[in-house]
Design a protein around this ligand. Structure first.
Ligand code: SF4
Length: 375
């Protein structure tokens, strides 16, 4: 059974309010070793690993939608539905205290989790910039008010097209309902004269929607959206989806697409929107992994630690399409926060080898990944 989150915060309060410096009380409250020496060792282990740029925390793998391109839909027969437990989340407090940003979302809809707002509160208490991504379908007025009052810094709404195009690709969601949710959240910010959360759209550009990309900015301007981040289909879960993967074949195609994005960025700027997009480079030179695996981690809802969300898909015996070929998919995890501390996992030989391989021959999972590491 889940413990009452409110009942467990006091200990953490006393630690985080203790101010800077190493106080014995802080170490006792923050770390989980059975003795003071053990806790001091844990504290020291954190001092000797880099401060992370971000941690992506998978709040749940449950979802109220079934987007046709999502691994959850494609792998539904072996999908594991689960929530991140409050106990596991609390174990991450020392990690959050040493991390710049926490994003509360993985392969599922965060608003389905009964403790989401407690998680936001604890991550804010740890001093993080906190964000989440939602499909928007559960975001009624009450939830909008709670989000504004929670102090969450960023809320992104997922879309994959405009109007019917989105509704067909993102089954179980409606474009019009998402726009209403965005407008409702913007209105609550205005009423409370609160600048946060910054409202974004995480816009998935499928190849078949490329001819209609010009509809995106007019549809999203003036409803409360401040940022649009355009991405392409990074994980192709089935060969039927392979044609939706948008990667320029050569430098000429890359240049055309880049020019189109620059035009859209200019149009977005005129409409008061910021537009960001990452295009896949056509040749391996200069590619980097945008998931920042050397300074960020993904924590699955079972507490396991991976370099990114693509390495932590909660289903079994899967195949996917990578580099144009069908191949077996295997999760890549290096430990679990329920059994070990993050520094212990981070410093393990296997994880160190994985990070070092980026400069040479990347891990097989990364070699054909759409996020593209440098080779
Ligand atoms: S390149 Fe590797 S670390 Fe980067 S997103 Fe792909 S699978 Fe994850």
């Amino acid at each position: 059974m889940r413990k009452n989150p409110g009942g467990t915060d006091d200990t953490i309060n006393s630690a985080s309010d203790a101010g800077s410096g190493v106080l014995a009380g802080e170490v006792v409250a923050e770390f989980r070793g059975s003795s003071l020496i053990g806790r001091l060792k844990e504290w020291w282990a954190f001092q000797t690993m880099p401060r992370l740029d971000w941690v992506q925390l998978e709040v749940t793998t449950r979802c109220n939608a079934s987007c046709r391109y999502c691994p959850r839909t494609v792998y539904r027969s072996s999908w594991i539905d689960r929530d991140l437990s409050w106990e596991t989340f609390r174990l991450l407090y020392p990690v959050m205290k040493r991390t710049r940003m926490v994003h509360l979302q993985g392969w599922g809809e965060p608003l389905l989790h009964p403790c989401l707002f407690d998680m936001i509160a604890l991550a804010k208490k740890a001093g993080c910039v906190v964000g989440t991504t939602t499909n928007g379908m559960l975001l009624d007025r009450r939830t909008a008010v709670r989000l504004v009052e929670s102090g969450v810094d960023h809320v992104a709404f997922s879309l994959a097209g405009v109007g019917d195009q989105n509704d067909e690709a993102r089954r179980g969601t409606r474009f019009s309902a998402v726009l209403e949710a965005i407008a409702g959240l913007a209105a609550e910010k205005k009423i409370r004269r609160q600048p946060t959360p910054v409202i974004g759209v995480a816009y998935l550009l499928l190849r078949s929607h490329l001819p209609d990309i010009g509809r995106m900015i007019p549809a999203l301007a003036g409803v409360g959206v401040q940022q649009i981040v355009v991405s392409t289909l990074d994980f192709v879960a089935h060969r039927d989806l392979a044609e939706e993967y948008l990667a320029p074949a050569d430098q000429a195609a890359y240049g055309q697409l880049k020019f189109r994005f620059e035009q859209m960025s200019e149009e977005a700027r005129r409409q008061g929107l910021a537009l960001y997009g990452n295009l896949v480079l056509p040749d391996p030179e200069g590619r980097v992994c945008t998931e920042n695996p050397c300074r960020a981690v993904f924590v699955s809802s079972d507490g396991s630690i991976s370099p990114c969300a693509f390495a932590g898909i909660p289903a079994e015996r899967l195949s996917c399409v990578a580099g144009g070929k069908e191949s077996n998919y295997q999760r890549l995890t290096f430990g679990a926060i329920n059994n070990e501390t993050l520094p212990a996992v981070w410093k393990s030989a296997a994880y160190r080898e994985f990070r070092a391989s980026f400069g040479r021959q990347p891990h097989p999972l990364c070699q054909n990944c759409a996020k593209r590491p440098k080779r």
